[in-house]
Design a protein around this ligand. Structure first.
Ligand code: FES
Length: 171
């Protein structure tokens, strides 16, 4: 299996200028794991998003280049799945459910807090780049509504106070 040797290039994001050794190692592991490059496309996109926070056009190109998958395939797969983001995000992503159970249990109070305390509306990022906020459909934990995910952490039974307390943990 061909090893990946890309070590430089144009900036992938505002902050990062090259693929880290960690992501190169993980991509090589993915290539070893799957016989067909296309099978490793979704996990590779996930790796890039985890590392850089979103999938820039350049990141998509790198993924295609590394896996040997056509650009059009990379783009169509990455835009098909709602979990992939195509614009820069804050350091932490708040995904708050506003579907029926969460609405009944008071998620509107939580969106109000995000607005008044952090100046954060849906699909927006705070000025300091600390948080981005996305409204979600049911995230599958209606029994602990209202609920949200911050980065990869799930929280339920939220109140105004617990929301503020939780977000204070994320710098
Ligand atoms: S409606 Fe919010 S978790 Fe199901």
């Amino acid at each position: 299996m061909r090893e990946i040797s890309i070590t430089g290039g144009e900036p992938l994001t505002r902050k990062k200028t090259a693929l880290s050794n960690k992501i190169l190692r993980e991509l090589n592991d993915l290539k070893r794991k799957y016989d067909n490059e296309r099978f490793s496309l979704l996990p590779a996109l996930y790796l890039f998003q985890r590392e850089y926070g979103w999938l820039s056009a350049e990141a998509l190109e790198k993924v295609g280049e590394i896996l040997g998958v056509p650009k059009t395939t990379v783009k169509s797969v990455s835009t098909f799945y709602a979990m992939f983001r195509h614009k820069p995000m804050g350091r932490h992503l708040i995904q708050l459910c506003t579907n029926v159970s969460c609405m009944i249990m008071g998620c509107e109070r939580l969106t109000d807090i995000l607005k008044t305390r952090y100046g954060l509306g849906p699909n927006a990022t705070t000025h300091d780049g600390r948080f981005s906020f996305l409204v979600m459909e049911c995230i599958g934990v209606c029994d602990i509504a209202p609920a949200m995910v911050v980065d990869t952490d799930l929280y339920g039974n939220l109140t105004e106070d617990s929301l503020i307390g939780i977000l204070e943990r994320y710098e």
